[in-house]
Design a protein around this ligand. Structure first.
Ligand code: PHE
Length: 341
């Protein structure tokens, strides 16, 4: 067959195949087959020099023309197909678009975070604002200004984690009381949720790292009854019912009088279990009226003002609310535990 005739045949076949191609991959394969190094057109163009002089220009012209024509067709088909990439995808790719999708895993807030936020809302609705302080604290704010003298047992190396430069990881959020009174004048009403640290062995009811919510209210004529009223309201909101509480005298150098407030153990309904150490009561918070020395040291006149303060164990509260019997679960990273909240 005459070469030009052959070329025309190739052109026809190529255009037909390009026209009916269904994917970019197919188009790419056609480009290799018809225009690639091993294609007929490429070899004809390569061997032009060996053809008889009379037909050489004609064959050259026709080959180049056809080559360009095929190139254009491939280019256009490629564009059409890529514009069209999503239409008919279900057919081509055999996707069943009616099949239900794979559900993504969704995280939730940690139960301690959830209750912290809830408490913040409850306190804010009672006119409290949220205060914060650093986790690495000065001796002054954690101890000194809280009426805890140099040789007080609470400073014992057993309880406190000290940094090498003489600071410490706060052992309670009471440090925020001082930082707040330094800044604000009465009337003061703040709560300070935060993480605290103790040098302590862990067991089902003790952690070295846990959470407290500190509260402080300073004004004229604040008394223990204000404290009890606020505590009752908070607990009723958290547990959605009246909770049995009891006040015991408790010693904290920064309050006078000082109390421990217990709530009836929710895990065992007061019958006694591992968490409440078989007493039926669970220690929830320390509280009391702010010691006059503390007010004075922070620049507030104890003759004119009084206040109450409390430090609530947030982990304990979460445990009571959900019936969790081991505080170590909170930091366990155990998804089977965390996914329940
Ligand atoms: N800071 C005390 C503790 O960590 C709790 C407390 C706070 C007691 C405020 C009285 C007043 O145990």
């Amino acid at each position: 067959m005459e070469i030009t005739q052959q070329l025309k045949e190739i052109e026809k076949a190529a255009l037909r195949e390009i026209e009916t191609s269904r994917s970019l991959k197919e188009v790419q394969d056609l480009r290799i087959r018809y225009l690639g190094r091993k294609s007929r057109i490429t070899s004809i163009l390569k061997e032009l020099g060996s053809l008889p002089k009379e037909i050489r220009p004609e064959v050259g012209r026709v080959s180049n023309e056809i080559k360009r024509c095929i190139e254009d067709a491939i280019e256009n088909r490629g564009e059409d197909l890529s514009e069209d990439i999503f239409s008919g995808l279900d057919e081509k790719e055999k996707i069943d678009i009616t099949e239900p999708g794979i559900k993504g895993e969704r995280g939730t807030l940690h139960p301690i975070t959830q209750l912290r936020m809830e408490l913040e809302d409850i306190f804010m609705s009672m006119g409290f604002t949220i205060a914060t302080g650093p986790e690495i604290e000065l001796d002054y704010y954690n101890f000194e200004a809280l009426n805890i003298p140099q040789d007080h047992p609470a400073r014992d190396i057993q309880d406190t984690i000290w940094t090498i430069d003489g600071n410490l990881l706060r052992t309670h959020t009471s440090s925020v009381q001082i930082r707040t009174m330094e800044k604000l004048k009465p009337p003061i009403r703040i709560v300070a949720p935060g993480r605290v640290f103790r040098y302590e062995e862990t067991n089902a009811s003790h952690e070295h790292t846990f959470y407290q919510v500190e509260g402080l209210m300073v004004d004229r004529n604040i008394s223990v009854s204000n404290l009890i009223a606020v505590m009752r309201t908070i607990l009723r909101e958290v547990f959605q019912k009246d909770v049995a509480v009891r006040l015991r005298p408790g010693y904290f150098p920064f309050v006078e009088p000082g109390f421990e407030l217990d709530i009836s153990c929710h895990l065992c309904d007061g019958n006694g279990c591992q968490v409440c150490k078989y007493s039926g009561w669970e220690e929830l918070l320390g509280c009391g009226l702010v010691h006059p020395n503390v007010l004075r040291m922070s620049g507030i006149d104890p003759e004119e003002y009084s206040g109450f303060a409390f430090g609530m164990g947030l982990d304990r509260l979460v445990m009571m609310r959900y019936g969790i019997d081991d505080i170590r679960l909170f930091h366990s990273g155990n998804l089977r535990f965390l996914e329940q909240f």
